[in-house]
Ligand binder design. Structure first.
Ligand code: ATP
Ligand code: MG
Length: 820
């Protein structure tokens, strides 16, 4: 990066001088630092060792370890191993490997199980104070007597058990005298608490199970709400960061610590938005299913959103870190476009991956005026302008050295089939009969003759070389296209694995009640090409090394490679193929790119801007009390305006909105006016609020609701269409993007683009028939018992309908047709 005169704008790429965005967590810590509240900033990353880490965890890792680094504090890696039934040594090993690979090192490695004895002692203390009791009521009775949101709970008989008796029973629970489920230890708090979690939560349960670390030492295990806060306080954590779902758990976190006698300044919990990524599943339970049921080859399958999967796919750790930085940390959940991730990957690999040429689907070109047996060695740069090579030379063990590579050039070369067309469309810039094209880093050639095979497909092209065109333009004419190639005699065999999105829909978690997320698996998520050939400089490439195959995409050498045959994984295409218009000039595009039907990712990749989920409050805040979680600006606006204050109240009490939603929607007159106007078109406050806060706010950037080119009623209409089932949610998100851009009327877009959800039995039935016809072989396999294929058929029909088929109806009809 060029010199940056002091005081000038800092480029976002310059890690030294970057002025980090002050998200709400950093703002808060700044205030604590100013006040001298904690001796040091201490954070932790607390995974449960019951699965591999995924990209959502990467967000949490970058946040926790990043804060420790920025504030000169510490960050522990702590295994939250309080559930003996689901934990596994393999996972603890993989988690450590992944955190290190991401570029972080923990201050201390800890296990929740290290603290079982201390937690037990704290529990005894609570019983002695009359704040906990052993309850022998059944799980079911406890659940029933807890009441409902509208009705208070009622005590079980044991709630008034004398302290001495509880103490005795708790000791005997530990000693193993009782069976699983026969009794629990509960906190005695308040059975009519507004927050259901506070209605005498269970702290300990009996589990006669082997624990992978403590063996059979324990047969009582603490529950999350009791254990987590103690783990934090025992380790001297200052800021305990977790995702928004734990917002209701904050109250019990504080109750336990306060009643166990931990004084301020002690640890506090703060919640941030979890990462939700388009076309991706981030629930461990579901990821486990993909692995155990064989939908993928393992936790490190390059299609998995796991850190191990990304690593094997060739995604650099730096790209994951910059992605996490780009999305930022916000207080409201929102979906993240997968285009942002791809942008980070390309941005990184463009700088670090040396260039090479490879032909994925070869077509032979014979150069008739090139002497038989003559082979010239041509120079080609490893990086377009020398950039990146220095970084690469530093990378240890890299096979790449020097600024250039040598390309042998002989009488027969291979080009990609997709770079030749017998009948080229208008605007074609690649090779065609009688036409000219430049072979990259080499000569201009003209196609004189096409030799076709028995099936009519071109088998060999006879071309002539213009010998005067090495490194210069041809005389008197312009040759527009350039294509990649390899020398047939010198090329290396490659197995190329083209990976694509694992799911066909943006939100694979959004399944109908009778559905299953595996129905949305993309049948084309892996395409293997075995005929590909690469340039000879790849010979010394070893597993993990990345390349840009010029004009094709970024690839990495897979661990399955052997001496004689390289296996290359496609990490990412050169450009975003999902948003690109098909039929556009393919000259600089990706040969062999995917031709998906979806178009989810909106130009984030191309724009190169660094968007933020939300800028977060800008003014520093004072010490934060437990209930002080709203934006200070919006709170100030409400203090100045009683109408807004009344809205804040009403939105929560009458409409049941969350604190965050109510805060945003009552934070300015414009927000509330827009919200209420939307309700006039669709009277479902929870739905409208959620769309406004999660979807609309994400689309509109820095603009205010008042500046949008459409009003609340149009917005309400769009949500109504989703509720009526007239459009799919995915389509509605796209409509909303266009509304934000151009103010187009939603109904007009639905008509114009034919987005109306297909819920016509006849239409879906016809699509199913077509698909079953096309996949007759698979249908036979399905009927012979391969039930896993159901997802394939679902995915294919969904694709045919452009993603608009009603999933529930599709599932029913498909089942009928397959069974019938
Ligand atoms: P799951 O619910 O799928 O089991 P989890 O959240 O329980 O996942 P943990 O191993 O308990 O998984 O998570 C460890 C840490 O990572 C927690 O602090 C959690 O908040 C954080 N985390 C998990 N998923 C995400 C996500 N999608 N985005 C950000 N942070 C996450
Ligand atoms: Mg968890």
């Amino acid at each position: 990066m060029a010199d940056n005169p002091a005081g000038s704008m800092k480029g976002p790429k310059d890690p030294e001088t970057r002025t980090r965005g002050r998200d709400f967590i950093r703002t808060l810590i700044d205030a604590h630092q100013a006040e001298g509240r904690y001796a040091q900033v201490a954070t932790r990353f607390p995974p449960e060792p019951n699965g591999y880490l995924h990209i959502g965890h990467a967000k949490s890792i970058c946040l926790n370890f990043g804060l420790a680094a920025e504030y000169g504090g510490s960050c522990n890696l702590r295994f939250d191993d309080t559930n003996p039934l689901t934990e596994d040594e393999e996972y603890t090993r993989a988690i450590q490997e992944d955190v290190r690979w991401l570029g972080f090192e923990w201050s201390k490695l800890r296990h929740a199980s290290d603290y079982f004895e201390r937690m037990y002692v704290v529990a005894v203390g609570l019983i002695e104070k009359g704040l906990a009791y052993v309850d022998s009521a059944s799980d079911e009775e406890i659940r029933e007597k807890r009441g409902t949101v509208t009705e208070p709970g009622t005590p079980t008989t044991d709630r008034d058990r004398p302290v001495a008796e509880s103490l005795d029973l708790f000791r005997r629970m530990r000693a193993g005298e009782f069976e699983d489920g026969s009794m629990v230890l509960r906190a005695r708090i308040n059975l009519s608490a507004h927050n259901m979690i506070m209605r005498d939560p269970v702290l300990y349960r009996i589990r006669h199970a082997h624990h992978y670390r403590t063996g059979n030492d324990w047969c009582i295990y603490p529950l999350y709400d009791y254990a987590h806060c103690l783990e934090d306080v025992f380790e001297g954590i200052s800021h305990s960061l977790c995702t928004l779902e734990f917002d209701n758990n904050r109250e019990i976190y504080d109750w336990v610590l306060d009643n166990a006698g931990f004084e301020e300044p002690r640890t506090h919990q703060y919640e941030f938005a979890r990462l939700i990524l388009d076309y991706t599943i981030l629930s461990k339970r579901k990821l486990i299913r993909l692995v155990k049921e064989g939908y993928v080859s393992g936790w490190d399958d390059p299609r998995m959103p796991t850190i191990a999967g990304f690593r094997r796919r060739g995604v650099p750790a730096a790209a994951l870190r910059s992605f996490c930085e780009m999305i930022g940390v916000a207080k409201v959940n929102s979906r993240v476009d997968d285009g942002k991730l791809e942008f980070s990957i390309r941005d990184e690999m463009n700088r670090t991956a040396p260039r090479a040429m490879a032909v994925l689907r070869p077509l032979v070109v014979e150069l008739t005026n090139w002497d038989e047996g003559r082979v010239d060695m041509l120079d080609a740069p490893r990086f377009p302008d020398g950039a990146g090579s220095a970084e690469l030379a530093e990378a240890e063990g890299s096979a790449v050295s020097g600024p250039a590579r040598e390309l042998p050039f002989g009488r027969r070369v291979l080009i990609d089939r997709e770079d030749f067309a017998v009948e080229p469309p208008s605007g074609w810039k690649r090779l065609a009969p009688g036409g000219e094209v430049r072979l990259r880093n080499a000569y201009v050639i003209r196609c004189d003759e096409v030799v076709s095979g028995p099936d009519g497909e071109p088998e060999l092209l006879r071309c002539s070389v213009d010998h005067d065109t090495l490194g210069r333009h041809p005389e008197g004419r312009k040759v527009q296209g350039t294509i990649h190639w390899v020398s047939e005699a010198h090329s290396l065999p490659l197995e190329v694995r083209l990976y694509d999105r694992l799911f066909t829909v943006a939100d694979p978690e959004d399944v109908p009640e009778d559905g299953d997320f595996v129905d949305y698996l993309n049948p084309d998520s892996l395409v293997t090409l075995t005929e590909a050939r690469g340039e000879p400089s790849l010979k010394s490439a070893s597993a993990g090394e990345a390349y840009q195959f010029e004009r094709v995409g970024y690839f990495v050498v897979d661990a399955d490679s052997t001496d004689g045959s390289l296996v290359m994984n496609r990490t990412v295409t050169l450009r975003d193929n999902w948003t690109r218009k098909s039929g556009a000039d393919g000259n600089d595009g990706a040969a062999g790119g995917q031709k998906g039907a979806g178009k989810g990712a909106e130009g984030a990749g191309a724009a190169g801007k660094v968007p933020q989920e939300s800028p977060g409050p800008k003014t520093p805040r004072g010490p934060v009390a437990a209930d002080d979680r709203v934006s200070p600006e919006r709170r100030a606006a409400r203090e100045a305006n009683p109408v807004l204050a009344a809205r804040f109240d009403r939105y929560q009490k009458e409409f049941g909105l969350t604190l965050d939603e109510a805060d945003i929607l009552s934070g300015s007159a414009a927000n509330g006016d827009f919200f209420e106007a939307a309700l006039s078109a669709h009277d479902d406050p929870a739905a409208v609020a959620s769309w406004m806060v999660n979807d609309l706010a994400g689309d509109m950037g820095d603009r205010s609701f008042a500046d949008l080119p459409f009003g609340g009623p149009a917005f309400g209409t769009l949500i109504a269409r989703v509720a009526e089932g007239a459009v799919a949610r995915r389509a509605a998100c796209e409509i909303l993007t266009e509304m934000v851009e151009k103010g187009t009327d939603p109904d007009e877009v639905i008509r114009r683009d034919g987005l109306a959800k297909v819920s016509d039995e006849g239409a879906i039935g016809a699509m199913i028939d077509e698909v079953l016809g096309e996949w007759a072989g698979k249908v036979a396999e399905y009927r012979a018992g391969s039930r896993n294929l159901f997802g394939l058929f679902m995915g294919q029909v969904m694709k045919k309908s452009g993603g608009n088929a009603d999933p529930g109806l599709l599932r029913r009809l498909l089942t009928e047709k397959l069974e019938g």
